[in-house]
Design a protein around this ligand. Sequence first.
Ligand code: CP
Length: 306
Amino acid sequence: IKHLRSAGDLDAATATLILDTAGEMAALAGREVKKLPTLRGRTVVNLFYEDSTRTRISFEAAAKRLSADVINFSAKGSSVSKGESLKDTALTLQAMGADAVVIRHSASGAPHRLSSWVDGSVINAGDGTHEHPTQALLDAYTMRSRLGRLAGLKVAIVGDVLHSRVARSNILLLTTLGAHVTLVGPPTLIPNDVAAALSPATKVSYDLDSVLPDMDVVMMLRVQTERMQDSYFPSAREYSRRYGLDLARMRRLPEHAIVMHPGPMNRGMEITPEVADSSRSTIVEQVANGVSARMAVLYLLLGGKA
Ligand code: CP
């Protein structure tokens, strides 16, 4: 594949190749020389129109570990503030010889538009409420590393599904790889059509307590208060009482089950600090795995091997 705009771009064989390659990249981290010469002379542009900590830094680290030249573009402080369009920005990057553009944008579909304007590969680093495919890859990698498989795993994705690009990409990728997804949250935050439209096999529940004892993985989503309207979200206290993961709820999970969160977290809202910092939490591991997963994506897309 040339671009990674959606987790739906990946069939099972390609997704598995990326996860296997991420494993090889992770092995590099333990070596004295952590860099590979693979992308020497290639240019990766990080084009970020929205804020990011994990995704932007890990794409930069990933590209540098593959010896690529990295240009970090942030909309703040650029000619975007003078009204320059995404297309004109893309053509400028094209003229500078970008081999890959990693884009985060508030508009769903921006990576698709971008890929019609540039010759290089386009990688979606999060577009609006639509998708975040490399987050899904690092999440799948983390599950496979901790639990040894993806096929047959039972995964609960909990909370603000309505606004979550992480949820959409995870549903697509996990079902492609044979996992069983259950969406859990208040009815106002689980749009009726999402589960069915993305995958007919995806289940929905409004009762977290009843779902937990059967799960291998519970993935808590950030409550996106900045996108929230009162009609969706009665009160933070009520939300935490019914859908927040605290120690008592975590104990309902099977012994082997893991707790995930893509970050950034609202500690005390969707997850308590005791759970986030517990030995079952893979939150820090997910960040480390993000570098390996993004190295694998850059390596395979720019090397033409995926
Ligand atoms: N998980 C995630 O996308 O985090 P950032 O917004 O910090 O990149």
